[in-house]
Structures are given as C-alpha cells and as structure tokens.
Design a binder for this molecule. Structure first.
Ligand code: FAD
Ligand code: SF4
Length: 488
C-alpha cells in the first residue's frame, strides 16, 4: 500500500469533459487529461485491501491494488506490465467499461470508490506514449494454425493469446475494417478509431494475419476453414437485432440503431457512398431503448444537429442510489446518466410504443405510446401492464430502434452444425469453450449473449487457453481463477 492515509486525504477525481457546446461539434473524444500528481493521488486512495473485492468484481481479474500502488509510486512501466498481464486491451476497457470493479471497491461502502477505470486508461496511454507497448512475437512456432472468425474484442484477445502461444493465427472479418462493435457500433466520440488501429499494428507485427471483407459462410466456405486450420474459434458476436413488430414499423424513417451508428462511424472514416443516408439534422428524433446503444444514438443525433432528441425506456426509472436488494459489492441497477444524455435528450421511462404513424407517401410522422407498469409476483416472470387512458401521440421524423440483440446470426451455426442454448447462443461451456463439434470453439457475445467489452476480452483469453490445451495437450497461457498457472 503506497500511502496509508491516502483515502483520508484525497477525494475521488476522474477526467473532466470538454463543454457540451464544444464537443457536440465534432466526433473526437472529449476527456481532459489529468496531470501526474492528480493521478498519483488517485492511486494513493487505494487501501490495498486484504480481500480486494475490486479484483473479483472485474471479469478479467485485473490486479487492481497492485497497479494502483505502482501508479502512486510513479512506477508507470511496472503498472503497465501488471495491467497487461490480465488485460490485452486496457485502452478499450479504460474508456468504455461500466467498471464493475468500482462498484465492488471496498472504499465504495461509505466513500466514493477508487477511480480504477481512469487509472487503467492513464496507465495504458502512458505506456503507448513512452513506447513500452511493443510487439511480443512468440520465441518459437508450434506448427499449428488457428482461424479466428470475427475481430471484435473477443476475437482480438483470443488471437493475441494464441499467437503468443506460438500458433499461426488468421483473423477473418466480414467488414472492411477490424474491431467489431468497437469499430462500427461505438461512436468515435467514445472511442476514436486510431486507438484500435494502434493496437492492430502491434498485433500484425506479432505475426497475426487479418483478412477483411472475408465473410465466413458466404465468400469463405466453412469447409475451407476446416481443411486449412487445426482449430477454429467463432467470435462473431450477438448481432441479430431485436425489432418492434407493431403497425407502421415499415415506414420510411424507422431504422435500426445499428444501421444509423455503423453508417455514422463509416462517415467519420471518410465513406460517403451510402444507398440510403441516415442523418438526424433538423429532425425530431425518438430513440427507443435506454441502454448503451440508445445513448450512443443520442450523442450521434446531437452531433448531426437534430431538432429534438427524445428517449424511451420500457423499464421503470431506477433509483439514483444503490437499491437495498443489490448491496455492495454487487452490480447495482441504478439510474445511469451518460455523457451523451447530458448533451441533450428528454428521457421517459415506463413507456411502450404501440404504433408508428405515417403520411400517404409512407414517411414516418409520429408514434403512439402508452405508459406501462411492471407487476412482480413471487415465482413468476415480471408482467407488463398497460395503464389505461395514458395513450399519447408524439411527432417525429426519425425513430432509432435500440432494443438490443436476440442472439448470434444463424449462418455459422447452421453451416458448422452447432448446438445452441435456450437463449439461441452457441452452446459451449466455460469448462473448455468447445462446441459440440470437436476443434470448433466459441467466445464473446456469440457464446454468452449480448454483453460487455471486458467480458469479451475475458472470454477470448479463456478460450485461447483451452484451444492451446486442445492443440498441445497442455498450455502455459494464463487462466483466470487458477492458482497453479502463471498470469504472464
Ligand atoms: C452501440 C453499442 C455500444 C456499446 N457500448 C459498450 C460500452 O460502452 N462498453 C461496453 O463494455 N460494451 C459496449 N457494448 C457491447 C460490446 O461492444 C460487445 O459486448 C462486444 O463488442 C462483444 O465483442 P465480441 O468480440 O463478442 O463481438 P463483436 O464486437 O460483435 O464482433 C463480432 C465480429 O464478428 C464479425 N463476424 C460475424 N460473423 C462473421 C462471419 N460469418 N465471418 C466473418 N466475420 C464475422 C462481425 O462483423 C464483427 O466484426 C456496446 C454495444 C453496442 C451495440
Ligand atoms: S477494493 Fe478498492 S480500495 Fe480495496 S484494493 Fe480494490 S481498489 Fe483498492
């Protein structure tokens, strides 16, 4: 523990944001860096708990007290080494993770928790700036080859671990650029894409081969993959979008959030030849869905110059504090207000959309909602009840459906002949991440369903260990929650 009295002396501090009126004019990240002294003080707040709950709150098992202590002591290189021992890509989680570690931090019982995520981001940014993050190609090759299908965080983590174990790794990505939802879902103002490119350059130097516009099951056959590789790991994400099967859903102006977000990220990247331009300028926008995707649509619509942005959530409004039935150190379902919400959006909870309205040319002009209530009964699933006489009509020109994803697409599942679980995800237990077909593994959202970047990285790392074990009969790759294996 660096400073015994640190948590008594210093308040929690995180990076501040640029003013809304400046940041909504562009797609750049808008955090204002903290100086070294302020970051050291934040590291000093860590109490180096006997049982560090932060560590088990983190899906990666990050060694949080250890890197906090090194930041306090100004040993940034050591901190970067510790951080990378459990997390391949802290530059993604340090920007985008909802930080379950902070909700589990012991200091959070009666104080503000340690600013773990902000410390993480600053460690990795310092490491890149100082040139400490360099390619680590394996000392020897095993002669085995692995195909990774999908280049989101799970695919990238699996690829890096497997390459480090000495296997020849090829990543197949159907999109024009790699990164999965990091590239084409999450907007640039949350994650500038040069952050992905910087890491991909390291992975390429380590020897990983990336093939883009390579759609497995379409322009690359499953048979070719099976013939050419000793093992395959499917990291295709959970990409089947949930629709809203109500009257008027076909109207011009009702769009899936992912079409809107993907197009905007492509536009920021210089692409302009879109079949249909999705743009919110001067429009009354209604975003249906109150999660991360909905929040990203709000931030993007405001940057387009929307006339108004309204957000509907069917769930009831959560409390701002920690609910009594979700005590520390559990993840609490509380009201979260993102930087995009603060840029301007009216939020409505307990509201259900009943019908979209259009003009004679098939253009969206509005929608109708009712208020709803959730009824909870012991032993039963919560029931949604519409409240009588609460019908309301809203004017709008653009509706963005941010309703989540129902599971992975079926192409790979059908062509590889894979079993799925009751949630339509690919069935593979955490015991070895292997599907019902020997040699075919899966990780990330494709296995666990729509989730988080931190879980995707964790899954990729875990799957890599089991694939290495399958190919070699043993593995020296790190495995989470194992005491007998090194965390290198
Ligand atoms: C809009 C949005 C915002 C989000 N914001 C956050 C956030 O702030 N923080 C957070 O922690 N999480 C966030 N998430 C969730 C997070 O992005 C995902 O959990 C994570 O990206 C899942 O990683 P993955 O590698 O499993 O899959 P993905 O990132 O979905 O990547 C799958 C990749 O596989 C490719 N693919 C699929 N099928 C094939 C095929 N047959 N052949 C070749 N390639 C294929 C896809 O093109 C894609 O590139 C967000 C999600 C969305 C949609
Ligand atoms: S729980 Fe909080 S205070 Fe305790 S070791 Fe982890 S970060 Fe430090």
């Amino acid at each position: 523990m660096g400073k015994t009295t640190g948590f008594l002396e210093f308040e929690r501090e995180v990076e501040k944001y640029e003013a809304v009126e400046n940041r909504v004019n562009n797609y750049k990240e808008f955090t204002i860096p903290m100086d070294d002294k302020a970051l050291k003080n934040q590291g000093a707040r860590c109490m180096d708990c006997g049982i560090p709950f932060c560590h088990s709150g983190c899906p990666l098992g990050n060694l949080i007290p250890d890197f906090n202590d090194n930041v306090y002591k100004g040993k940034w290189k050591e901190a970067a080494k510790i951080l990378h021992s459990t997390n391949n890509f802290p530059e993604f989680t340090g920007r985008l993770c909802p930080a379950p570690c902070e909700e589990a931090c012991v200091l959070g019982i009666n104080e503000d928790p340690v600013a773990i995520e902000n410390i993480e981001k600053n460690i990795v940014e310092t490491a890149f700036k100082e040139g400490w993050i360099t390619a680590q190609p394996p000392a020897a090759r095993t002669g085995k080859s692995v195909a990774v299908v999908g280049s989101g965080p799970s695919g990238l983590a699996a690829a890096q671990q497997l390459n480090r174990a000495g296997h020849l790794v090829t990543v197949f990505e159907r999109d024009a650029k790699v990164g999965g939802l990091l590239r084409y879902g999450i907007p640039d103002f949350k994650l500038e894409k040069k952050v992905i490119d910087r890491r991909i350059a390291v992975l390429e130097e380590e020897g990983i081969v990336f093939k883009t516009n390579a759609h497995v099951g379409k322009n690359i056959s499953v048979e070719t993959l099976k013939e050419d590789f000793d093992a395959i790991v499917l990291c295709g994400g959970s990409t089947t979008r949930r629709g809203i099967p109500i009257k008027g859903a076909h109207l011009k102006g009702v769009h899936q959030a992912m079409d809107f977000l993907k197009q905007n990220n492509q536009r920021v990247d210089g692409v302009s030849d879109f079949e249909e331009v999705l743009y919110a300028k001067d429009k009354n926008v209604i975003v249906i869905g109150g999660g991360d995707t909905g929040s990203d649509c709000i931030g993007t619509s405001n940057r387009h110059g929307a006339k108004s942005v309204t957000n509907f959530e069917i769930l009831s409004k959560p409390a701002t504090g920690r609910p009594a039935n979700q005590p520390w150190p559990y993840w609490p379902m509380r009201l979260r207000t993102s930087s995009s919400h603060k840029e301007g959006a009216e939020r409505f909870f307990s509201i259900s959309t009943k019908e979209f309205l259009g003009d004679k040319d098939g253009n969206l002009t509005g929608l109708i909602t009712t208020e709803v209530e959730w009824v909870f009964k012991e032993g039963e699933r919560p029931q949604l009840k519409e409240l009588p006489n609460t019908e309301k009509q809203w004017d709008c020109d653009l509706v963005l459906l941010a309703l989540g994803f129902t599971g992975p697409e079926t192409t790979l599942i059908d062509q590889f002949g894979l079993e799925t679980d009751f949630r339509t995800n690919i069935n593979a237990s955490t015991k070895n991440y292997m599907t019902n077909v020997p040699g075919i593994f899966t990780a990330g959202d494709m296995r666990r369903g729509q989730s988080l970047i931190v879980w995707a990285i964790s899954e990729g790392r875990q799957a890599a260990y089991h694939i290495d074990n399958y190919l070699m009969g043993k593995s020296n790759l790190p495995l989470k929650d194992s005491n007998d294996l090194p965390r290198v």
